[in-house]
Design a binder for this molecule. Structure first.
Ligand code: CO8
Length: 262
């Protein structure tokens, strides 16, 4: 299926989804969410794909938020349902069985930052700008931002960003722990691909297990988290990848993971 508001590119084990409404700074409308939902299913169902990258087309924006022109025409119930739709799609990114990396190439505001926070981690261009400016529109973040930002950087920093609506630059985002790495704009995709390829060479079962355990454990207390880790450790150890990885070490050779799924 061809998309109008996004682009899905698959290059063997790496898939890249581009937000593609550059004239509106890649703002998120209903049609875009529908396409993203379908693209994420395609990525999930393609067992060759090991890593997903999310980025924006154009040189200005990752995503400048929800489409305000569309939002302004919604009644409160339609707004609530749009908010739920966005929450579900970004949770789908978080729930993918493979790692997702956001390559933030410009503005990541409102829904844009919320999309990036659905990814496992973020690399950013030094020109990137982050923020949840919904308060300046008389709104609050509605695509999971109040929850994910507070979990990612802590309650007080998240409250300051959400209450003031002030944007921060990439360096500050690095300091806050929103971003893992700040890159030259020209090398952003190269840097992201380097990390993506490193991850793609790891065992798929172990990657999925690690992602699930971290995600599920963060939503619970330490002891329960450790039990989740313990159960999943056993399951992971039963995989062909675990046999291959441990035998390859002892045989002093590089492992070749076959990417089986459980
Ligand atoms: N929605 C729609 N169009 C947009 C958006 C947006 N979020 N952002 C930019 N555009 C459009 C502009 O209208 C403009 O279009 P045109 O050329 O037709 O006039 C074009 O993109 C270029 O934008 P600017 O001319 O404004 O570019 P600047 O470089 O001057 O400014 C900014 C760039 C600072 C990013 C500025 O565009 C801006 O402030 N944008 C809005 C940022 C914002 O407030 N985002 C939050 C939106 S609300 C949100 O995300 C809520 C999520 C939860 C919703 C819950 C569901 C109900």
């Amino acid at each position: 299926m061809s998309f109008e508001n996004i682009i899905l590119e698959v290059n063997t084990s790496i898939a890249t989804i581009f937000f593609n409404r550059p004239k509106a700074l890649n703002a998120l409308n209903n049609a875009l969410f529908d396409e993203l939902d379908i693209a994420l299913d395609q990525v999930k169902n393609n067992s060759d794909i090991r890593v997903l990258i999310l980025t924006g087309t154009g040189d200005k924006a990752f995503v400048a938020g929800a489409d305000i022109a569309e939002l302004v025409k919604m009644n409160p119930l339609e707004g609530k349902s749009f908010s739920r739709k966005g929450q579900k799609v970004f949770s789908k990114i978080e729930d993918l069985p493979i790692p997702a990396i956001a390559a933030v190439n410009g503005f990541a505001l409102g829904g844009g930052l919320e999309a990036a926070l659905g990814c496992d981690f973020i690399y950013a261009s030094d020109k990137a700008i982050f923020g949840l400016p919904e308060i300046t529109l008389g709104l609050i973040p509605g695509f999971g931002g109040t929850q994910r930002l507070a979990r990612r950087i802590g309650e007080t920093l998240a409250k300051e960003m959400i209450f003031t609506g002030k944007n921060i630059d990439a360096q500050k985002a690095l300091e806050f722990g929103i971003v893992n790495k700040v890159c030259e704009p020209e090398s952003l995709m190269q840097d992201v691909l380097k990390t993506a390829n490193l991850i793609a060479a790891r065992g798929k079962v172990a990657l999925r297990s690690a992602k699930e355990v971290i995600q599920n454990g963060l939503n619970t207390d330490l002891e329960t988290g450790c039990r989740i880790e313990n159960d999943t450790f056993g399951l992971t150890m039963a995989s062909e990848d675990a046999k291959e990885g441990t035998h390859a070490f002892l045989e002093k050779r590089k492992p070749v993971f076959n990417g089986e799924r459980y």
